[in-house]
Design a binder for this molecule. Structure first.
Ligand SMILES: [Zn+2]
Length: 196
C-alpha cells in the first residue's frame, strides 16, 4: 500500500459497523468516499483491527466492501426507524464463513483465544465486518445509535458517553461549528435588539 496516498480514516463512530458506514462522508461538494481502491479497504480493515487484513488484497475487495457498506447503512437506518429489516444481503455476507477459534499461550502463562478468518476471497476478508454489523443489529442499543445532529453531516456514532447526551460526530468538527453558529446568531440578535 502506498502510504502517501493513504486516505485519512476517521474512527469517530465508536462501533466498527458505524465507522464502516462513515467511510462515505457528506461534504459541501457532495459525498466523499474514502475508499477508492482495494488497498484503501485493506488499510481500513487493518486500522479497524481485523486480523484477516494481511497479505495482498484479493481482487474485488473494493466492490465487495462498498456493497457491504451500503447493506449495513440501510439496515442501520431501518433498525433506527423500526422498519422491517432486509436481512438477506447481510446474511449472504455472513455465509462467507470458515472462521475458527485458535488457542495460543501468552507470555504470562495464560491462554489467549482468538478467532482466525480465512483470507482468500474478498467476502472472507469482509466477514469480521459483517459479523460486527450483525452484532450491532442484534445486540446494540439503538437509542444510543444516532446520526450526528448537524444536517450537513452524515456521520453515525454509538453514544458511549456516561450521560448519553452525545450530539455530534466530533466536538472538533460539528460541535464547534454549531457553537460558532449559535454564537453568531446570538450576536446578530443582540445587535438587532440594540438597533431598535
Ligand atoms: Zn458531524
Amino acid at each position: 500500500m502506498n502510504t502517501s496516498h493513504a486516505p485519512e480514516f476517521r474512527q469517530l463512530g465508536d462501533h466498527v459497523a458505524l465507522d464502516l458506514i462513515n467511510t462515505v462522508e457528506q461534504s459541501s461538494a457532495g459525498p466523499v468516499d474514502r475508499w477508492q481502491s482495494d488497498a484503501d479497504v485493506a488499510g481500513w480493515l487493518a486500522l479497524a483491527g481485523f486480523a484477516a487484513a494481511q497479505g495482498p488484497a484479493p481482487a474485488g475487495l473494493l466492490e465487495s466492501a462498498r456493497g457491504l457498506r451500503e447493506t449495513v447503512r440501510e439496515l442501520v437506518a431501518q433498525r433506527k426507524a423500526h422498519a422491517p429489516l432486509a436481512l438477506s444481503a447481510l446474511n449472504r455476507a455472513l455465509a462467507a464463513g470458515g472462521s475458527h477459534l485458535e488457542l495460543a499461550p501468552a507470555d504470562d502463562g495464560s491462554l489467549v483465544m482468538s478467532r482466525r478468518y480465512p483470507s482468500q476471497t474478498a467476502a472472507q476478508w469482509l466477514l469480521p465486518v459483517a459479523e460486527a454489523a450483525a452484532d450491532l443489529l442484534a445486540h446494540g442499543d439503538f437509542g444510543l445509535v444516532r446520526k450526528c445532529e448537524s444536517d450537513a453531516c452524515s456521520l453515525w456514532f454509538y453514544d458511549r458517553t456516561r450521560s448519553h447526551k452525545r450530539r455530534w460526530c466530533s466536538m472538533a468538527l460539528c460541535g464547534n461549528r454549531h457553537k460558532v453558529a449559535a454564537f453568531r446568531q446570538r450576536e446578530a440578535a443582540d445587535a438587532s435588539a440594540k438597533a431598535k
